[in-house]
Design a protein around this ligand. Structure first.
Ligand code: A3P
Length: 321
């Protein structure tokens, strides 16, 4: 990540000079507050290309997520549901490619490699399915103005935070120390983390999903964990490809749930080695996948601070965790 950061060009460097700056979670990196969220200079560059060149089609589907909220899972589920008629389930491409290769990130992958890519070529299956961590407010106008659909997943902030902190610690090299739990927690509470503040991100998608439920399907990681079949049926309905009675009888819903499960995907060879985005090891997207793991890491003082933050940020929003 540090190497990629070096490649940002003079124009973005000039822009970054005018922006609020903080030390990133990975030592030696910086985060800049751009369009109301914290991101790397390279992302500013790719976001500008994304905002300038991306032309949404009414048939497009966007998997939008906050990092560590279940992106990998939702990509796998959406891919398998949307394209289920295009391959036999025992030949599901998820058995040979990572979810991030099949549903590519726009700002972290596609536009990083090419400022003006041909998405019709990049998305092998149709309708086009792509991913992003960009907040709703910063999505290109054509996504908001077209009939394209967005599926969003969020997660209890305490679990999301622990997942992000452990993920960052794993990415940190052996030369510099990873951020301490205290340090990372304080930054998280102040909203200083990749594409943070978390609550602004979640509320941006939440409010739009409330105003326009046909545009955004707002999912929660915990609900998927509790009843994946029920959530998969919602997802299929929202995508306009509801499961037929015959499919339900044949157990297609359960089949998709199984192939996308943590236990299955974690053991797929391609997810155990190599890297698909920004040099991040594929295996680091699969850790524990438990609800409530925060209780093994956060101190009572941290829990109290987070509880207050959740209450304050979500007050009157109708959203609960
Ligand atoms: P933990 O760190 O709590 O284990 P993202 O995909 O947004 O980066 O999120 C990663 C989190 O989702 C990690 O959580 C990871 O273990 C979990 N995860 C990955 N694949 C999953 C799956 N198929 N089902 C459920 N959770 C999954």
């Amino acid at each position: 990540i540090r190497d990629v950061e070096k490649s940002w060009d003079a124009e973005v460097r000039e822009l970054a000079r005018t922006l609020p700056k903080e030390e990133g979670w990975i030592s030696g990196t910086s985060l800049y507050l751009y369009q109301g969220f914290w991101c790397t200079p390279l992302e500013i560059k790719t976001l500008i290309s994304f905002q300038t060149h991306f032309q949404a089609l009414d048939s497009d589907v966007l998997v939008a997520t906050f990092p560590k909220c279940g992106t990998t899972w939702l990509k796998a589920l959406t891919f398998s549901t949307l394209y289920r008629h295009q391959f036999a389930m025992d030949e599901n491409p998820l058995l040979s490619f990572t979810p991030h290769q099949l549903v590519r990130f726009l700002e972290l992958d596609v536009y990083m490699n090419n400022p003006c890519p041909d998405l019709n070529n990049i998305c092998v299956y149709k309708p086009r399915l792509v991913g992003t961590h960009i907040p709703y407010a910063s999505l290109p106008a054509s996504i908001k103005d077209s009939n394209c659909k967005i599926v969003y997943i969020c997660r209890n902030p305490m679990d999301m935070f622990i997942s992000l902190w452990l993920f960052t610690c794993k990415l940190q090299d052996k030369i510099q120390a990873p951020p301490s739990l205290d340090e990372a927690f304080d930054k998280f509470c102040r909203g200083i983390h990749h594409v943070g503040p978390f609550f602004d991100h979640v509320l941006g998608y939440w409010k739009t999903s409330q105003e326009n439920p046909n545009k955004i399907l707002f999912l929660k990681y915990e609900d998927l964990k509790e009843d994946i079949s029920c959530q998969l049926k919602h997802l299929a309905m929202f995508l306009g490809v509801p499961f037929t009675e015959d499919e339900e009888k044949r157990g297609v819903v359960e089949e998709i749930a199984k192939i996308c499960s943590f236990e299955k995907l974690k053991e797929v060879e391609v997810n155990k080695q190599g890297s698909s985005i920004m040099g991040i090891p594929n295996e680091s997207f699969f850790r524990k996948a438990k609800v409530g793991d925060w209780s093994n890491h956060l101190t009572p003082v941290m829990v109290e601070r987070m509880d207050k933050l959740i209450q304050q940020k979500l007050e009157n929003s109708g959203l609960t965790f």
